[in-house]
Design a protein around this ligand. Structure first.
Ligand code: ADP
Ligand code: ADP
Length: 239
């Protein structure tokens, strides 16, 4: 069952240079895919085309069978709710609690600030408690985000992405700011949660060895094009 289908997706910046050229692939439900490639290969641009922070020049991207490339901006909010984002720098709000940070994923940022003047619904809070346990941070709900270690912050980031029940996780360099041991734990957590929830994920990751340990499929980008698409053990050093 395809979750994400890209067909000849291309992006040319105003310079005329193609950051992406005819990128086509499909990601099935439950599939965890690593996106690798040298700096400038187009990884960030690809992720941004999928969540429509960048508008592709041509080609299509479909999420659960809906073409999101042509979708008007006002409808994007609904589509973005189906995509959980996890960031390299965690993107938590430092002076808010862990619980508030997680709930901001459910309500969206605008809704979140509005909701500071209300109480969160008990249902959302229950979900957040469940997720805190899942990511290995039970009892951390009232801690301020800036009191946490990098690994703990990323666990909160993962819980925030999952609370909106996405069908696709877009993960941008999740371990780049972490030490090797913590990086492996975070990758294992993402992998476990995806398998448990039958969730598709694209992980933009520069650490190829780490990717190889935790994903079943690697897509290698080079000069904006797919240079490799297959199992991690088929990768050769030059890709
Ligand atoms: P990666 O994430 O793999 O490092 P990027 O997607 O950031 O690659 O960049 C791909 C190419 O597109 C690079 O040549 C980069 O310079 C160019 N690029 C990225 N963003 C922009 C932009 N906003 N305007 C013009 N060129 C860009
Ligand atoms: P990262 O890889 O961490 O996303 P980058 O250095 O690739 O960071 O890009 C930082 C910002 O600059 C991004 O918004 C990107 O789109 C933009 N950018 C990257 N390359 C170019 C470029 N050649 N011209 C203009 N903007 C660029």
């Amino acid at each position: 069952e395809p979750v994400l289908e890209l067909e000849k997706l291309s992006k040319a910046y105003t310079s005329g240079e193609y950051a992406l050229k005819d990128v086509s692939f499909t990601i099935e439900k439950g599939q965890v895919v690593a996106l690798i490639g040298p700096s400038g290969a187009g990884k960030s641009t690809l992720i941004r085309c999928i969540n429509r922070l960048v508008d592709p020049t041509s080609g299509t991207a479909s999420l659960n069978g809906t073409n999101i490339t042509a979708m008007p901006t006002r409808k994007l909010r609904e589509v973005r709710r189906q995509m959980g984002m996890i960031f390299q720098d965690y993107a938590l709000v430092d002076r808010l609690s862990v619980m508030e940070n997680i709930l901001s994923g459910r309500l969206g940022y605008v809704g979140f600030w509005r909701s500071l003047f209300r109480k969160f619904g008990p249902e959302a809070e229950n979900d957040a408690f469940g997720l805190l346990e899942k990511v290995g941070l039970p009892g951390y709900e009232d801690k301020r985000a800036d009191a946490l270690s990098g690994g703990q912050r990323q666990r909160v980031g993962i819980a925030r992405a999952l609370i909106q029940n996405p069908s696709l996780l877009l993960v941008d360099e999740p371990t780049a700011s972490l030490d090797p041991k913590t990086a492996r734990q975070v990758m294992r957590l993402i992998q476990d949660l995806c398998h448990e929830r039958n969730l598709a994920a694209i992980i933009n990751i520069h650490d190829v060895a780490l990717a190889q340990q935790f994903v079943e499929r690697v897509i290698g980008l080079k000069d904006g094009q797919v240079a490799y698409d297959g199992p991690p053990d088929g990768l050769t050093p030059e890709v």
